[in-house]
Design a protein around this ligand. Structure first.
Ligand code: NAP
Ligand code: MG
Length: 399
């Protein structure tokens, strides 16, 4: 069989622990036998990030801008515990995802992979709900302060030219906590464009929710920018028969639960963090959640939403076989290859991505699945738990 040819390389970002093990299995078994794979490889494994003083992450993000499509393996974000586990670390390196997001100025879209035998906890959900999370600012870039004395807190903005503006936050009689958050109009605009573009690309309705009745200026700015940016997409939305719908976050939560699914829900940074975990859990499993970072210029990075599955990795190191679910990582690869195929007009590569996903669904629909899913399927569905390598072999057979 002739291998499928590629034109432009894909940016490949390798990662850590169990997902790094799965990464190699997926490439060796499901991709390399069929595709003459062209990638520009970046090793984002923790120790290599450490050796390069994290330059490799920056290089990988810049390569993604250059080539337009990347696929990323889950990576360790070091914390205190990891510093003890890896004494050779010279710094508590920042989250690679944060670094990449900052460089690409992207929005993260998370979509669950649905299968018939796993019913969402919310019975009326029939189609996936994609949560689009703004990836800049708000509490994630806030400054916090704890004070013990009675006193007054003020907030001052000092322009480079012109008079400072000061507001009183609150006068307190005792200990208090304070927080100052911000967002940038440019970033909100990019977020809005990425959401409208993704809605057009995937032909789905777009919902957006904030709390602008309370945060009149802050959230009001988000609402206003979305309305302004929508003007440029209105015609596309009409042509495709899709809608843009703004509502308050509490109203959105109620509507999402009562909906059939099949739309994109754009959320501010914190709302998106929380709601994507709720939505993914209600759909079934974090192991079945894909994540796509889309930059305003269309640059796209595909990954799994879950982490490096540390507990499984330690079993793997101890010589045990594990039943870790590779679905989200496989779909990161198929998503990236499909996108590459679309950009380079390679119908064979697009077809390959479709075939790979179809083989995954066929395997799962025949009841061959990893342990995490066996616990979730309907009781009358005959499911068998297999190890990761067996699951991947079953997919390959069906390809
Ligand atoms: P995690 O790796 O997502 O795993 C949490 C638990 O969820 C696992 O112990 C496992 O449960 C279950 N799980 C997740 N993915 C699974 C899969 N594919 N198959 C089967 N079960 C799966 O989260 P974590 O343990 O909190 O984080 C581990 C490391 O990942 C951390 O160092 C963190 O920094 C990093 N992380 C990276 C990313 C990223 O790169 N995008 C995202 C999140 C976290 P059981 O143990 O019960 O089987
Ligand atoms: Mg979170």
């Amino acid at each position: 069989m002739d291998k499928i040819q590629m034109k432009t390389p894909l940016v490949e970002m390798d990662g850590d622990e169990m997902t790094r093990v799965l990464w190699k299995m997926i490439k060796d078994e499901l991709i390399l036998p069929f595709v003459d794979l062209k990638t520009e490889y970046y090793d984002l494994g923790l120790l290599h990030r450490n050796e390069t003083e994290d330059q490799v992450t920056v290089d990988a993000a810049n390569a993604t801008r250059k080539y337009g499509v990347a696929v990323k393996c889950a990576t360790i974000t070091p914390n205190r515990q990891r510093m003890e586990e890896y004494p050779q670390l010279t710094q508590m390196w920042k989250s690679p995802n944060g670094t990449i997001r900052a460089i690409l100025d992207g929005t993260v879209f998370r979509t669950p992979i649905l299968i018939d035998s796993i019913r969402p906890v919310v019975r009326n959900w029939e189609a996936p709900i994609t949560v689009a999370r703004h990836a800049y600012g708000d509490v994630y870039r806030a400054v916090d302060l704890y004070t013990t004395e009675p006193g007054t807190c003020t907030m001052t903005f000092t322009p480079e030219n012109g008079e400072p503006q000061t507001l009183t936050v609150q006068k307190v009689a005792g200990p208090a906590v304070w927080q100052a958050a911000h967002n940038k109009e440019d970033s909100i605009r990019s977020f809005a464009r990425a959401c409208f573009q993704y809605a057009v690309d995937t032909k789905q309705d777009l919902w957006f929710s904030t709390k602008d009745t309370i945060a009149k200026v802050y959230d009001g700015e988000f609402k206003k920018v979305f309305e302004e940016e929508f003007e440029a997409y209105k015609q596309d939305f009409e042509r495709l028969g899709i809608t843009y719908f703004y509502t308050l976050i509490d109203d959105a939560v109620a509507r999402v639960i009562r909906s059939k699914g099949g739309f994109i829900w754009a959320c501010k940074n914190y709302d998106g963090d929380v709601m994507s975990d709720m939505v993914s859990t209600a759909f079934g499993s974090l192991a079945m959640m894909t994540s796509v970072l889309v930059a305003p210029d269309g640059t796209t990075e595909f990954e799994a939403a879950h982490g490096t599955v540390t507990k499984h990795y330690y079993k793997h190191l101890a010589g045990e076989r594990t039943s870790t679910n590779p679905m989200a990582t496989i779909f990161a690869w198929s998503g990236a290859l499909r996108k590459r195929g679309e950009l380079d007009e390679l119908p064979e590569l697009i077809k390959f991505a479709d075939r790979l996903e179809a083989a995954c669904f066929k395997t799962l629909n025949e009841g061959i699945m990893t342990k995490d899913l066996v616990g979730l399927v309907s009781p009358d569905f005959p499911a068998k738990a297999v190890y990761s390598d067996e699951f991947i072999a079953a997919i390959r057979e069906r390809m």
